[in-house]
Ligand binder design. Sequence first.
Ligand code: IDP
Ligand code: MG
Length: 215
Amino acid sequence: MSKILVIAKPDLVIRRGPGAKMLREFFAFMKSRVVASNKVKIGEELAKEHYVHLKDKPFFRWIISYITSYDAFVFVVESEVQVEKTREILGNTFVEKANENSLRGKYGLTAGMNGLHVSESQEMADREIRLWEEHGVLHEGVLNFNAEEYITKYADGMDNTQEIHRILRDVKGKESVDSTATMALHDKIKEEANDISRDVLERFYGIFLETLKER
Ligand code: IDP
Ligand code: MG
């Protein structure tokens, strides 16, 4: 048995249907026991420590502003499945490179907005769990967020991932993304985020658009 840290990032939370499906498939594969859980808007200090291995990357500021922008669900998951196997079903960091049968390939948006964080190795998992406990977000044995209830509520929700990927493939490599494409992407995400407030959706969409400019 080993324990890993799992984060449902804001894109997974906001895109209700794809997010719930991604969580359902993840937990089904893991046959896991959730030993700690919480729903949290991640603080900047914790975000920077969690992603410290990326601190010299050009997208570091972006990932910090993104991961702290809205609620995330965080879990310590105990499972017999090896971390390496878990990472395999999760798929590539870059959604466009991820196997289409992997979780990120099926439900992720882009490189930065890829739904789930899963510890990369047992060493990283131990460090991450300690960090999140120290910051008071997770406590072994305390379940503050019920993933099962969430999945039951949202798994039948709208899932436009395939159409979103099609639009993203069309705009790839173009100098600028035209307004027809940005409006279509906006509407597709809005349909998935049916009970998310307008303010939150618009902020999220703004952060998403920044990832398109980077291409
Ligand atoms: P991982 O999540 O697959 O382990 P890491 O390299 O550890 O990937 O990066 C952590 C997170 O940082 C990624 O999941 C993603 O959200 C974000 N990220 C990684 N590379 C990029 C990039 O090139 N652009 C934008 N965000 C990125
Ligand atoms: Mg990583």
